[in-house]
Design a protein around this ligand. Structure first.
Ligand SMILES: NC(=O)C1=CN([C@@H]2O[C@H](COP(=O)(O)OP(=O)(O)OC[C@H]3O[C@@H](n4cnc5c(N)ncnc54)[C@H](O)[C@@H]3O)[C@@H](O)[C@H]2O)C=CC1
Ligand SMILES: O=C(O)C(=O)Cc1ccc(O)cc1
Length: 368
């Protein structure tokens, strides 16, 4: 999946209201395709940062726009959409809020509602604000489009579909209620599960936490998310999320009962119950689209062992630079007290072999 300059050309001038992670990422992606992007945010800092990052220009306020994208927090999205519909009487207005049903209900009967089609790119990060924005955030990701009525004019939903296609996403048309049920299961409960598991660590002993490996990091990655944003998302989708959690509670009760039985020595059937949960988990994970349930790989990752000594990171980057390879992303995994860290260098897939060879030649231990 790649960006689509032809789709971008159909968009006309795009106004982005709310220039945080999502708004600035959309701006960056569209600017890269030559679209005129006008930015607005009540926070002067968020606005200036998005402009400085190249997400668009400050909206002078007197230019006609074809499409307005609202990237504001969920709890103000409906009122911002309403104001944008009124201020831009010919524009299509869309938003990117994570929950759609409440916004659709709040907007029922609003002036110009026939020009609004909600959206939700299924792409994000655990960081917020324009400095976390990236033009390639939406590549290969679903982008849900929720028409505001069954008979909505094609040109309105088409404008939102083209926005998604331009940014390399896959548009998926879905009614708001169906969307909200789905995201409770695939996004909101996983967020809570990550937060609940990570919360168990707060009072854990240092030696226990020191044993942490990649499994714990994988399971808790999104526990780093913004509490304010998630309080809004979870409250906007409360009944749907609670429904999934109740099913989860039934499963939890089954595992707890089995483990209690094992602990008490009355173990007939208990091992089977535990194995069944793990088996079902494998079955469920197998249903996640993408290779082995992983998100589509944009970059190849080469991991090198880094001795825990001053200057090693600088030496690694110098060696990569000398090899003429561009680093797209970098992460360092290092457990306190460990004598080595793992430096993961993300590069374009075509550069992977060359990087492995260059690092090995320069004495680095590249981890398979
Ligand atoms: N963070 C994520 O991973 C994802 C978030 N979303 C949705 O995208 C929307 C934006 O989220 P983020 O970009 O992560 O948040 P963010 O916190 O990075 O950005 C939100 C921006 O909206 C601005 N804002 C606040 N009140 C406003 C108002 N009344 N009018 C206009 N702008 C206002 C803020 O100043 C800030 O710059 C939310 O509705 C969220 O549900 C959707 C997909 C993924
Ligand atoms: O980081 C991830 O994997 C996410 O799933 C991020 C995310 C957060 C909120 C959304 O509404 C959509 C996507």
């Amino acid at each position: 999946m790649s960006v689509d300059p032809a789709a971008a050309q159909t968009l006309g001038t795009v106004r982005i209201v709310g220039t945080g992670l999502l708004g600035a990422s959309i701006g960056l992606g569209l600017r890269g395709l030559g679209v005129r992007v006008l930015l607005h945010d009540p926070s002067p800092t968020a606005l200036a940062l998005a402009r400085d990052m190249g997400a668009g220009e400050l909206d002078p306020g007197d230019e006609p726009v074809s499409l307005v994208v609202v990237g504001a927090p969920p709890d103000v999205t409906a009122s911002v959409v309403r104001a944008e519909l009124a201020a831009h009487p010919n524009a299509t207005v869309t938003d990117v809020a994570s929950v759609k049903g409440g916004i659709a209900a709040e907007l029922a009967g609003a002036g110009g509602i026939e020009r609004y089609a909600g959206g939700h790119p299924m792409a994000g990060r655990e960081r917020s604000g324009p400095t976390a924005a990236r033009a390639d955030l939406f590549l290969g990701r679903p982008w849900v489009v929720c028409p505001s009525s069954t008979g909505q004019a094609h040109e309105r939903t088409e404008a939102v579909r083209m926005l998604a296609v331009a940014l390399g996403a896959t548009p998926v048309f879905m009614p708001a209620a169906e969307h909200d049920e789905a995201v409770a299961l695939i996004s909101h409960v996983p967020q809570l599960a990550a937060s609940l598991v990570a919360s168990r660590l707060v009072k854990a002993s240092d030696p226990a936490v020191g044993l942490a490996g990649q499994g714990l990091r994988d399971v808790t990655r999104i526990a780093d998310s913004d509490p304010m944003l998630w309080a809004q998302i979870l409250s906007a989708n409360a009944p749907q999320v609670a429904g999934v959690l109740k099913e989860l509670r039934t499963d939890l009760d089954t595992v707890i009962a089995a483990l209690d039985a094992l602990g008490a020595g009355e173990a007939v059937g208990a091992r089977a119950a535990v194995a069944q949960i793990v088996h079902h988990g494998r079955e469920g994970r197998g249903r996640i689209p993408g290779k082995h349930g992983q998100p589509q790989t944009r970059y190849a990752v080469v991991t090198a062992l880094l001795p825990d000594q001053p200057g090693q990171l600088a030496r690694l980057f110098e060696d990569i630079g000398e090899a003429g390879i561009n680093v797209e992303e970098f992460s360092l995994e290092h457990s306190p007290g460990a004598r080595v860290g793992l430096g993961s260098v993300s590069v374009l897939p075509a550069a992977r072999e060359e990087l492995e060879r260059a690092l090995t030649e320069r004495g680095w231990h590249v981890v398979a």
